[in-house]
Design a protein around this ligand. Sequence first.
Ligand SMILES: [Zn+2]
Length: 169
Amino acid sequence: MDVLWAPWRKTYVEKVSKARKKGCVFCRILKENKDRERYIFLRTEHSFGVLNIYPFNGGHALVLPQRHVDSLEKLSQDERTDLMDALIKVKAMCRKAFNPQAFNVGMNVGHLAGAGIPEHLHIHVVPRWSGDVNFLPALFGTKVIPISLEDTYERIINENKGRHRKERR
Ligand SMILES: [Zn+2]
């Protein structure tokens, strides 16, 4: 898993630390209500799903509680249930849109564990296909992802019509 998250880590951490000066990026995009621009594709009562803008793989999504908390035990029972339901929904949406062969689902809690934004819990959902673990990231710190974020977003929305809560204006 270390290798899995490593490729984009440096740029990601640099960009995130800049963004962090303006407050929590996850809380900010949630309040902005520009779901399409911010790649938020699911909102539930207490949670939301958003594309990772520094994806490891095509369709790499994050599932988060709406409330700004840094550890699982701080979530209420309702929030925990909703987060797990949202995770299952996001996984189903990714499956429908991208038909992956497998998923990595997981979270890094705290800086030491590799979390880029440790102050706001987030669960990674990474679709996997046979042969996608290529040597490029490890060698060159980069990876070519064959689908743009815009296309990824369109696809996850279009393939899951009716499940997505409409963007509020
Ligand atoms: Zn936050």
